[in-house]
Design a protein around this ligand. Structure first.
Ligand code: FES
Ligand code: FES
Length: 163
């Protein structure tokens, strides 16, 4: 038996009939082809699958597509205003070498953007604690934290030169 799911993804309305057990992350990747949202574990451990649902970061492997019915979802593909631009968080990750293999990066970025939405000037400790649910298998945490602090400065209108 299929369930009907209608939601807004990256500013566009989408509707699909899916199996009730379909996870939001599967819906995004397999139904919509938005493969920027990664699956590192699908057991709520790694944070590679983080997207925003109604403006808040959510691990998309912990939510059924049917539960997202009627919501607005933002994925890494929709973060920058247009495909040619980078969101300041993406630019800060690039400039601070905040990624190595890049597998964790979309989830890290979506989590970090949520942090700055409610704490525009986090301390290093606050960034570290917020990203506790995001695992980087390359263990590049130092530059990830540096990138988030840099992005916070950029988004407050205080650009900081990358080292
Ligand atoms: S894939 Fe969702 S937390 Fe790892
Ligand atoms: S950059 Fe490789 S997993 Fe984080």
């Amino acid at each position: 038996m299929a369930v009907s799911v209608s939601l807004n993804v990256n500013g566009k309305s989408v509707s699909r009939e899916v199996e009730p057990r379909t996870l939001l992350v599967e819906f995004l990747r397999e139904e919509l082809g938005l493969t920027g949202t990664h699956v590192g574990c699908d057991t709520s451990q790694c944070g590679a699958c983080v997207v925003h649902v109604d403006g808040k970061s959510v691990k998309a492997c912990t939510m059924l597509a049917a539960q997202a019915n009627g919501t607005s979802v933002l994925t890494i593909e929709g973060l920058a205003p247009n495909p040619e631009d980078l969101h300041p968080m993406q630019a800060a990750f690039r400039d601070n070498h905040g990624l190595q293999c890049g597998f964790c990066t979309p989830g890290m970025i979506m989590s970090a953007v949520d942090l700055l939405q409610h704490n525009a000037d986090p301390s290093e400790q606050e960034v570290r604690e917020w990203l506790e649910g995001n695992i980087c298998r390359c263990t590049g945490y130092h530059n990830i934290v540096k990138a988030v602090l840099d992005a916070a400065g950029r988004m407050r209108g205080q650009p900081q030169a990358a080292e």
